[in-house]
Structures are given as C-alpha cells and as structure tokens.
Write a protein that binds this ligand. Structure first.
Ligand code: GDP
Length: 300
C-alpha cells in the first residue's frame, strides 16, 4: 500500500503542483481562480466538472471567508471528493449462484491494458485461494493469446484459447463451459479491441456476450481505459458502453500520467464507477480505486 501511495503521488501531483504556486498568493483574485481552473483542466478533470468545482469553491470561500492555503486545500479536497464519489459499489460483482463461477468480461481498445489487467486480477484472486480460468477471446492476433497464456503461467491459472482466427464467441463459450466443469471461482474473458473496424468489433462483442449468457449471466463487464489517452480516449470508450452494459472501469497507466483528474471525467461521461486502477506493468500493480487516497495523492 505504501508503494502504491508513493507511485500515485509521484505521478498525480499536477493539481498539487499547481496549487503550490497558488497558495503562495496572498489573496484569491481573478487570476488565482483562473489558475485553479487551468490546473484542474490540465489534470484532465474535464470542462464541465472543472466549471462546477470552481463555481462551488468560489461560493464557499466567499461564504466562509477562506484565506489560508490550508483552508483552501481542505475545501478543494472536499469538492474533489464530492466529484469523485458515486452511488454504486466499487466492489467487483460475484456470481449469485454457488454452482457457477463469477464471469467477468473484459473489453476496451487494443493497447489499453486488457490482457495485463486480466493477469493482474487473476493474480489477486489466485493469491486469495480462488482459482481462475482465463479465456482468450481475442483470436485475431495469436500474440494476444500467447500473452494471456504467459500471464496464466505467471499467476497460476488455467487458460482456454482457440486457433488463430477462431470465432471469439466460441472460445468465450468454451472458456465459461470449462470454468463451470472445473469448478473455478472466476472466469475472466479477454476480448479483442480493434476499433478501426467499429461495427464489426461491436457485433463481435455483442455476440461474445450473448453466447456466454447461454451459461448464465455475465456478472461484471469491465471496460479497460488507458488514462494517458485523456478526453479522446473517453470518446472512443463510449462506443463500448453502447454495445455491452459496462459495469465498471479499470483505469490503467495512472503511473505514467499526471492527469489523474480523468477519473472524474470518466465517471461523469460514462456513468460507470472506476473500480480498479493500474499502476504499472507488473502483476502486483493493480489497486482498488479509493477516493480518499486518490484525493490525497492529487493534492500532494
Ligand atoms: P491490450 O491490447 O488491451 O490487451 O493491452 P495489453 O495488456 O497488451 O497492454 C498494452 C501495454 O500497456 C503493455 O505494454 C502493458 O505492459 C502496458 N500496461 C498495461 N497496464 C499498465 C499500467 O497500469 N501501467 C503501465 N505503465 N503500463 C501498463
């Protein structure tokens, strides 16, 4: 946890840095407010949320007569916390039936970190004594299945793959079937994400989901999003929410960006909670998303 904290704070301090210069001012004049706005925007908080946060801050500092940097920081922390808080649970869903494994479908554009995230989630579950089966439903690139197989070996889970070019839905179907037969705790289905052929991909994903559902419900559909792609990536991601019912977002590569404010934009635009965050390429570089810890890191 300490390691995660340092890694987050090292990369997430865009707002903190901006704030530092601000706090050296002796009063909150128009320039100061503009700077707060720029700071939030440069951290990828997004136009709409930034506007709301700054409006509320202006209002509250006026009412409260806020003057000291410490007071302002505390108010900003409160506003960021409010902006990050969601009603729905951030826990990964589990199977409603003891006879059936939990089924997690993992979607997102190529390169976002789907395969890596499958490996990391498997790692956590296996370490917890919960056997995992990984399904390689990205049959378009043999390398993708190879990569998943490497992860399976690394974290001690089994893997189901098909020949290159096989129907992704049939691999997904087999994976869940074998998961049920083997009595594993969780089946994670890794999918393809070739956005250049959008309608084809979306048809494919819809089919993967429908075919899995012949065995029972998909318990969780995780959309994997690369935090470094910013607002553009967010637009691409919306396509996925239109085709499969996304229940949670995994925001990867937060170790490589100072734009942690993207969490706020993601949750607002997609209306889905960020459940997990990726903080590196290694098997242990995955953490549950925690608002308090994240706000601390943002303001560090
Ligand atoms: P996929 O195409 O969506 O399956 O993406 P991959 O899992 O193959 O990941 C693409 C690249 O991003 C790989 O080089 C991963 O090691 C890297 N990656 C994935 N997650 C993270 C993360 O949280 N942090 C960093 N720094 N790299 C990551």
């Amino acid at each position: 946890l300490v390691r995660l904290r340092t890694r987050l704070s090292r990369s997430q301090n865009a707002i903190g840095r901006g704030l530092l210069t601000l706090l050296s001012r002796d009063r909150l004049d128009e320039d100061a407010w503009e700077e707060i706005e720029d700071t939030l925007l440069s951290a990828d908080v997004g136009l709409e949320a930034t506007g709301q946060i700054v409006d509320r801050l202006r209002e509250r500092t006026k009412v409260l007569g806020t003057r000291t940097p410490t007071e302002l920081r505390a108010l900003l922390a409160e506003e960021l916390t409010a902006a990050l808080t969601v009603d729905s649970s951030r826990e990964l869903a589990t199977s409603a039936s003891p006879d059936r494994p939990t089924v997690i479908l993992v979607v997102g554009v190529n390169g976002a970190g789907k395969t890596t995230t499958c490996g990391k989630i498997a790692r956590v579950l296996v370490a917890d004594g919960r056997p995992v089966l990984l399904g390689a439903a990205d049959t378009f690139r043999a390398a993708a299945a190879d990569q998943l197989e490497t992860w399976a070996g690394r974290v001690g889970s089994s893997v189901v793959r098909g020949p290159e070019g096989a129907d992704p839905a049939s691999v997904a179907f087999d994976a869940v079937k074998q998961g049920i037969e083997q009595g594993v705790d969780t089946v994670l289905v890794d999918t393809a994400g070739r956005l250049q052929n959008k309608s084809g991909l979306m048809d494919e994903l819809g089919k993967v989901k429908r075919v899995i559902e012949k065995h029972g419900p998909v318990d969780e559909t995780l959309l994997v999003l690369d935090a470094t792609t910013g607002q553009n990536g967010l637009e691409q991601a919306r396509v996925f929410t239109e085709v499969v019912q996304v229940s949670g977002v995994v925001l990867t590569k937060l170790d490589g960006t100072a734009k942690g404010g993207i969490v706020i934009a993601v949750q607002r635009r997609l209306n889905v909670p960020v459940k997990l965050i990726g903080l590196g390429e290694g098997p242990d570089d995955l953490a549950p998303f925690d608002v308090a810890q994240f706000v601390d890191a943002l303001l560090d």
